[in-house]
Write a protein that binds this ligand. Structure first.
Ligand code: SAH
Length: 258
């Protein structure tokens, strides 16, 4: 993505990986939110097969794996994230049942009806919520669960600045009610939802990221791409602080309906 037309919104992908590799998580969330979502999942059995799609370096995967028996496969497009994921699993002694695999969420390496639980935090937007939940359903056993977090509007209307910001970044953002309806249409039932609390964005995401910015800029002294990346992260955080009453992330937990 590095080219002459590079803008502040399109930093070099390698720089993005380098920056986020040092972070515990690559999107908003928290261990408490992961466990709250897990509390809506019942009857997993003794050896469930779980997939965490768009797992990043596995912050939430390790929380999940400590509370779920069986095997957990993390899938992410970025090999550096998967290397770190597998290192984290080894350090926690989870390597026998927690594995990271490089792969894409639009071409998952699972057998049909093989998964008891699909997990995905802050990642489905990469192919779009509706497409993701629709295409992933066939990998679930009948009655299997999906737990996915996704950005949502929190109010019916909003200032033009934040509306336009999301329309240019992710126009699929919508209300919890509309996304719940999409889940029903895609063949899921028993849909439970909750909004991630503010600390999932601040204490667990933007604050740790801003602490990483100094060492990142030191590592890439004089690199305009690195400066642009940090600037765009700061802008994103400013936007959140200014407009957080209007948007957030919601968790959706549901069951394959047949
Ligand atoms: N679930 C993690 C990471 C969220 S960031 C967390 O909550 O911290 C989104 C992740 O999706 C990144 O790690 C990114 O590399 C990954 N990703 C982007 N496109 C993808 C694709 N097509 N297939 C699999 N992973 C993808």
């Amino acid at each position: 993505m590095s080219n002459d037309n590079e803008t502040i919104h399109e930093p070099d992908e390698r720089l993005i990986y380098d920056f986020f590799l040092a972070a515990e998580r690559q999107g908003p969330g928290s261990p408490e939110a992961t466990l709250r979502a897990l509390s809506f999942v019942n009857g997993l059995g003794e050896r469930p097969f779980v997939a965490d799609i768009g797992c990043g370096t596995g912050g939430q995967t390790m929380v999940l794996a400590r509370h779920v028996p069986g095997s957990v496969t993390g899938i992410d497009l970025v090999p550096e994230f998967i290397d770190r994921f597998n290192r984290n699993a080894r350090e926690l002694g989870l390597q026998d049942r927690v594995k990271g695999v490089v792969g894409s969420m639009d071409n998952l390496p699972f057998e049909p009806e093989s998964l008891d639980l699909i997990w995905s935090e802050g990642a489905v937007y990469n192919i779009g919520f509706e497409r993701g939940i629709t295409e992933w359903r066939k990998f679930l056993k009948p009655g299997g669960y999906i737990a996915v977090s996704e950005c949502v509007w929190l109010t019916e209307s909003r200032p033009a600045e934040i509306h336009d910001y999301w329309m240019s970044g992710y126009p699929e953002i919508d209300s919890v009610a509309r996304k719940t309806e999409q889940m029903r249409k895609a063949g899921y039932g028993d849909v439970s939802t909750f909004i991630l609390p503010e600390e999932c964005w601040t204490e667990h995401y933007y604050t740790p990221l801003s602490k990483l910015q100094r060492s990142f800029l030191d590592r890439h002294k004089g690199d305009r791409g690195a400066e642009n990346l940090v600037e765009s992260l700061r802008q994103e955080e400013d936007m959140y602080r200014k407009y957080k009453e209007f948007y957030g992330y919601a968790f959706f937990v549901a069951r394959r309906a047949d």
